[in-house]
Design a protein around this ligand. Structure first.
Ligand code: DC
Length: 238
């Protein structure tokens, strides 16, 4: 066996970047991979959502960039391990805000916050520190292009807008939120547009991404496919 064919060393770790549109299952796949590989899962969108929550709680207009920038110094974002779930949760100024960042109040404003370069600079710095030692699965919009441009595996996830709205609507309904399917659909489409057309770090893909369209794939099928890519990436560094 030459060195190229050797199995990867068990302790070799990679960073996995998962980017794509809103609600196409990035988090689900990222969690599955992290659990299976014993890696850390980081939902970078939760950081933009936490900043949005702070801004809204302080009665600042998320579209007023200057005011948002002025208070950024007062925003401390970190991740703490929740010992019950075994997952890292976003903590805003010392308080876990996981349960408050998914409602439509935050979802409808977060794209404006994510357009602000000063916000992105602050959060990207934190995200890059988390990945220094490898073994991170991070999902977002700019992970493979800006945060970890050297990630050993980059996955771009997509699914039709209708399929994504169906899934998101079901999640919100289950969480007891009173929203209509149309509101969820409109919010998705509007976020996709803002996220893909903003000047700073728009959602985009380079040729080194693997594309995963899961409109017609089950969770198990998409996980199996992604794991073949993980094996390839581990073999490459092995
Ligand atoms: O993944 P999500 O829906 O929780 O993301 C919330 C918002 O944050 C979404 O409008 C896109 C933005 N975002 C971003 O610009 N860059 C990231 N790395 C992650 C999220």
């Amino acid at each position: 066996m030459n060195s190229k064919e050797s199995p990867p060393e068990k302790n070799k770790k990679i960073n996995i970047a998962i980017d794509g549109y809103s609600s196409c299952g990035k988090g689900t796949l990222a969690k599955q991979l992290a659990q299976h590989l014993n890696y850390v899962f980081i939902d970078s969108g939760s950081m933009y959502r936490a900043v949005t929550l702070f801004v809204l709680d302080h009665h600042i207009d998320p579209q007023d960039e200057a005011s948002v920038e002025r208070v950024l110094g007062d925003v401390d974002i970190r991740f703490d391990l929740n010992s019950e779930t075994g997952r890292f949760e976003v903590v805003l100024n010392g308080v876990s805000v996981e349960s408050r960042i998914r409602d439509l109040r935050v979802s409808s404003q977060v794209s404006y916050i994510a357009k602000i370069s000063a916000v992105r600079r602050k959060l990207v710095e934190i995200q890059q520190k988390i990945g220094l030692n490898k073994g991170v699965v991070m999902d977002g919009r700019d992970i493979g292009t800006v945060v970890y441009p050297n990630a050993e595996l980059k996955i771009f996830m997509t699914a039709s807008s209708e399929v994504r709205a169906d899934r998101r609507f079901a999640e919100l309904e289950q969480a007891g939120q009173k929203v209509t399917w149309q509101e969820v659909f409109d919010n998705l489409v509007s976020r996709d547009t803002i996220d893909s057309s903003r000047e700073d770090s728009p959602l985009t893909m380079s040729s080194d991404y693997r594309v995963l369209d899961n409109s017609d794939l089950s969770r198990e099928e998409q996980f199996a496919l992604a794991m073949t890519w993980v094996s390839d990436a581990l073999n490459e560094i092995g």
